[in-house]
Structures are given as C-alpha cells and as structure tokens.
Design a protein around this ligand. Structure first.
Ligand code: PHE
Length: 507
C-alpha cells in the first residue's frame, strides 16, 4: 500500500503502535489510582464490562472510519457528512488540550528517572521529591522541553520510520520492565493485602481502606472516563492510526488485541503499584485508610517512598519503573501529536499542496510547548497561578490547577460528547451495516455483526450519557444538573443525526 500520507510497515507494527498509544499514563497511573478511589474490585468489574461492550465497539468503528476515508479526523467525519465537521474538530482539539498536560507529566517521568539514577550513587530520594519538583519552575519546564524534543524527533521521523520504529522497541521493553517491577512488588511483605483490595469483592471496605463504597453510577462515570482515555478513544488517535492501515487487515481481530493488551497492561500496572504502595504503608506502620492510593501523589510520591524504603536496590527499581512509565508516556504522546500533524498534512493535500512533515511537526510541537509551559509552571496549582487563584473563585475540580482545567475540557467534556455523538451517528446516519462492511471488509462474521449492532444501537449511547453525567459531576460537583445536561445533549444529538443531510460529500 503506497501513498504520500505514509503507512504502517506491517500489521504487527501497527498493532504495537496502537497498543503504544493506548498504554500510557492512563494505565500506569490513572487505572490504579481510580481503582483505589472507587472501591477496588467493583471498579474492575465495571471497567471490564465497559471495555468489552463499549471500548471494543468504538475501537473497531474508529479504525474503520479512518481506513475507509483514509483521512485524519476532521476530514474523516466530513466525508460522512459536512454536518459532522465539528465532531472532527473535537477530535483534533482534545488531543491538543491533552498534550498540554500530558507532556508536563511526561517531563515529570524524565525528572524521576534522573533523580533515581542519581540515587543509585547514594541518597535515595523519597516522596518529598514531588513537592520539590512541582515548586521548581525551571526544573519542571526543563524536563517538559526534553520530553517534547523526544516526541518531536519520533513523530518527525514519519509513520513507519518514527512512530512504528519507536513502538517496536519500546513496547516489548515496557512489558519486560513491568514484569520485573511486579515480581519485586509482590515479594514485599504484606503485598497480599493490596492484591486482596484489588481482587476480593467488598475488601476495600472490609479491609478498612475506604469507609464506604461509592455508588455504582459514580463508579460507572469514573470507569467510563478512564476506559475511553486509556484506549485512546474519541480523540482522533485511532481514526488517524486506522487511516494508515491496509485494507486487507482484520479490524475485529486488531481491535480485540488492542483492547485486550491495554486492559492487561492496566491490570498488571495495578498489580505492580497497589500492592507495593499498600505493603510499604503497612510495613511502615501507616493505617491502611491513610495509605494514599488516591490521586496524583500515588505515582510520584507514594511509589517514590516505596523505592526509597527498598534499601540498596531501590534506585535500580526506581530507574526501571520510571523509565517504563516514560516509554508509556512517549508512545501515547506521539499518537496525539500524529493526530494534529496528520490533520495539517491532509488539509494541505486537499488544497493541492504538499507540506513537509518535519515543518508541520515542529510547529505543532512549538504551540503545544507554549501552553504546556503554563501547566508546568503552575505545578499542579502549587505555585499560585491556578485558574481558581487567578479568578479568585472557589476551588473546584475544574479550576484547582491548569492541568485539571485542560483535562476537564478534553477528557471531561469533549471526549464523552464526541463518543456519544459518534455512536448516534453510526446508529442513525451511517448505519451499522456500512461500518460493518468496512470492519469485515466484505466478509461478515455473524456473531460480531449481531454484537456490534446491539452495542452500538443501545449500550454505547446509554453508557455515554452516564459517563458524561459522571464526568460533569466530577468536575463541577452538581449531580442533578449534570444528568440534565447529559440528557439534553443526548436529545439534541439524536435530533442532529435526523437532520436531512443537505451537503453529503461521499457516502
Ligand atoms: N491512552 C493514553 C493513556 O492511557 C492517553 C491517550 C488518550 C493517548 C487519547 C492518545 C489519545 O495514557
């Protein structure tokens, strides 16, 4: 398959790149801490349900939409109907907003690799390094610039020459490193308490970790948001990666492998992180309900304390662990940057121009970096210029720091809205049959077809309403208002798919 846009060298190369996009901070950081916050086992069950009935369906649909249209998101949605261009804009704006903080977190990983490397020679750092890093503006910005430079080099290298190459080495390396960390974590005394928290129903409360289990709807909102983010869905990434994929590749199998691999890595990351944090807490006399499994501190504070307390080899495990998180962060960040770069490259091609990839990626990187500097300097709200501080407003989920502000727009609002509309668009406009034709490429598997039709028509839209309501509640606090907004969006979007399609471009 030859074309100027670039293409994958092989199906396995595509798979590793897509898994690389999916496996990121969402798995290694988000999954364990959201599980910690949402009652352990219940969260796990809900997550698995969502991954199979919603994640798999949207994954196959996005890959199919990309491959069918051979275009980046805006043009791909436009090819369905010009009335969906704005949905494409969501899928380009979200990756941009995500990159403004994802790059900062990626920079933090570089910082932690460095301090653990230094720790190898004595004076192992502990969890207090987190505060020190956040309040050191030059350090935070310095590591951000390093992270962006690495991503620039990879994405500028092209689809198969840069992205695929990095993932072919990075993904297997990440997996091996994760296994090493799991063995170390599970051999810590009392690690079994952490495993019980994860896998025994009700143990989060019975074992004294949390006082009361959150209600199912809250768990559904959290798990749904997590699942979308973790699988890189509704952000244009899988549409873009799908657009480089050969017609002969099996989309059902590929989607299944990506979803399974992402879920397995999330679970493995949980098994590496939660038992280590719990064991370290218990071994140091901290009551279980005070062990911080929850929130951003888990990865950079609690775990650094674990490595600090490991003795002589702590630094080695620290370097391995943060290096694996860094690889995960890079492999996801490059997919976000590819969405943006592909958009500009395709747009120019539409107007008969050819843009040089390097120049486009450089501009994309520069704009992201400019805004990310604000997020880095803010230091999760530590340095006094978070939106709430600037607006002199009450502190809420959306305004407590710039990271949460950008996250609220992208992951909290655009992502669930985009996914909801996409499901309605498939159900009401394109029709599951057209999607299935592309997914199966002419050859139907009756079981998957039935499953797909059922999920895309009923389960996905319903779940997206709940996820949107859950995300809005998370950021803005008012549950009833959030449900009303979600329901109104659902009605408007359903109506949207019924509006006669006056400017059909290609169907
Ligand atoms: N899936 C990535 C993670 O888990 C984040 C991501 C979201 C990447 C959307 C690309 C697109 O961290």
């Amino acid at each position: 398959m030859e074309n100027k846009r670039g293409s994958w060298g092989s199906n396995i190369g595509f798979l590793l790149a897509a898994i690389g996009s999916a496996v990121g901070l969402g798995n290694i950081w988000g999954f364990p801490y959201k599980m910690g916050k949402s009652g352990g086992f219940t969260f796990l069950l809900v997550y698995l349900f969502l991954a199979i009935f919603v994640g798999l369906i949207i994954m196959a649909s996005e890959l199919a939409l990309g491959r069918k249209t051979r275009k980046a998101p805006i043009a791909a949605y436009k090819a369905v109907s010009s009335k969906y261009s704005w949905l494409g804009w969501f899928a380009v704006l979200s990756p941009f907003l995500i990159m403004t903080f994802y790059s900062v977190l990626g920079g933090y990983c570089i910082y932690y690799v460095i301090i653990n490397l230094i720790g190898l020679f004595g004076g192992m750092p502990d969890g207090s390094s987190f505060g020190a890093m956040l309040t050191s503006i030059p350090a935070s910005i310095g590591v951000l610039l390093a992270f962006m430079a690495i991503c620039f080099v990879i994405v500028a290298g092209g689809v198969s020459g840069g992205i695929e190459k990095f993932n072919k080495i990075g993904m297997p390396a990440l997996f091996v490193m994760l296994l090493i960390i799991i063995v170390r974590a599970l051999t810590l005394p009392n690690a079994v308490e952490g495993l019980k928290f994860m896998f025994i129903p009700g143990y989060a409360v019975a074992g004294g970790f949390i006082e009361e289990a959150p209600n199912l709807i809250t768990v559904l909102g959290t798990a749904g948001g997590q699942m979308f983010f973790s699988l890189s869905l509704a952000m244009g990434a899988m549409i873009t990666y799908g657009s480089y994929l050969g017609k002969e590749e099996n989309l059902v199998k590929n989607s299944g492998i990506i979803v399974a691999a992402d879920t397995i890595v999330a679970l493995l990351a949980g098994i590496a992180v939660i038992p280590a944090a719990v064991a370290n807490g218990i071994n140091n006399g901290i009551p279980v309900n005070e062990i911080k499994l929850n929130g951003p501190g888990l990865l950079f504070k609690t775990l650094q304390d674990v490595f600090h307390n490991m003795g002589a080899l702590g630094g080695v495990f620290g370097v391995i662990f943060y290096l694996l998180v860094l690889i995960a962060a890079i492999s996801s960040a490059i997919s976000l940057m590819e969405v943006l770069s592909a958009h500009f490259i395709d747009k120019a091609a539409e107007n008969g121009k050819t843009l040089e990839r390097k120049g486009v990626v450089l501009k994309v990187s520069a704009v992201i970096t400019l805004i990310a500097i604000l997020v880095a300097a803010d230091g999760l709200g530590e340095n006094g210029f978070a939106p709430a501080a600037l607006l002199k407003a009450k502190v809420a989920g959306w305004n407590d720091c710039w990271l949460d502000f950008f996250d609220c727009w992208s992951e909290g609002i655009m992502m669930p809205l985009g996914a909801m509309l996409m499901a309605l668009m498939i159900g009401g406009e394109i029709g599951p049959k057209v999607m299935l034709d592309e997914i199966h490429n002419g050859e139907h598997s009756p079981f998957f077809s039935k499953f797909y039709r059922f999920c895309v028509t009923y389960i996905v839209p319903a779940v997206m309403c709940l996820v949107l309501a859950g995300q809005l509640t998370d950021f803005f606090g008012n549950q009833i208002v959030s449900y009303i907004i979600a329901a109104v969006c659902f009605i408007i979007f359903s109506y949207h798919t019924l509006i006669p399609d006056w400017k059909k471009i290609d169907k």
